[in-house]
Ligand binder design. Structure first.
Ligand code: FPP
Length: 239
């Protein structure tokens, strides 16, 4: 994603051009109902699908979600397998419904540790949906903010260390051509960033909610956008 600020997106329409979400609270949602954690992730995947459509309807150009972090491999095998199965299911559905949904899909992160089947699905979704220009979802997989910055530095070094500024360095990130998020939402009650988009959220507005991600519906998203509309973005300048 570009290091440059997003310019007038939020100022002209009042809407964030790019929303990023840490989809937190799936485990607790399931526990409250006496269900396995995977059921919470499944409800979380449904919530993601609903909100991607809602963003598209509202005219929000980019939705970026944290689906699997570089640290999530530490979770029990069963839970990791469950999340992988949900990702496969989502990508297959996306391929099937692509012409109807018209959403561009990008996967950000190092896909090397995933099964060849999941990697192939990711590539197919990215390639086939690249024609859609209206709305884009970015799914961060095996993603870590610090890892991304170190990889960017390595790519820059491998390029022969060309002259550097913030914009150029941002171009070495996974989605180097995507504008930075205007609004970062974290449902689930925690108030931390958890290694998500560390470089790109320099000027993002932060919105925290106690609602667990599977319960974070269209009305909750509207509330977050409404809060964003009342923020004054100064980028370090005076009023
Ligand atoms: C965090 O909640 C959530 C995850 C680590 C996984 C998110 C994955 C999905 C929603 C499924 C697949 C995604 C897509 C895009 C189809 P948590 O488990 O840490 O919740 P807790 O804090 O309540 O335990």
């Amino acid at each position: 994603m570009s290091a440059a600020r997003n310019g007038l997106a939020g100022e002209s329409t009042g809407l964030p051009r790019h929303i990023a979400v840490i989809m937190d609270g799936n485990g607790r949602w399931a526990k409250k109902r006496g269900l396995p954690r995977t059921a919470g992730h499944s409800a979380g995947a449904d919530s993601f699908r609903r909100l991607a459509r809602h963003c598209q309807k509202l005219g929000i150009e980019y939705l970026t979600v944290y689906a699997f972090s570089t640290e999530n491999w530490k979770r029990p095998r069963e839970e990791v397998d469950g999340i992988m199965a949900l990702l496969e299911k989502y990508l297959r559905q996306a391929l099937r419904d692509m012409e109807k949904e018209k959403i561009r899909i990008r996967i950000l992160g190092d896909l090397a540790p995933f099964t060849p089947e999941l990697q192939k699905l990711c590539r197919e979704c990215m390639e086939r949906s690249a024609v859609y220009t209206g709305a884009q979802v970015n799914i961060c997989l095996n993603y870590g903010g610090r890892d991304e910055i170190v990889r960017a530095a390595k790519k820059w070094a491998a390029d022969g260390c060309p002259a550097l500024d913030e914009e150029r360095f941002g171009g070495y990130m996974w989605g180097g051509d995507i504008p930075d998020p205007d609004l970062l939402i974290r449902p689930g009650g925690e108030m931390r960033i958890s290694n998500f988009l560390l470089w790109q959220i320099a000027y993002a507005e932060l919105y925290f909610s106690d609602v667990l991600w599977p319960d974070f519906d269209e009305a909750e998203l509207d509330r977050a956008i409404e809060a964003f509309r009342h923020r004054q973005r100064r980028y370090g300048d005076v009023e």
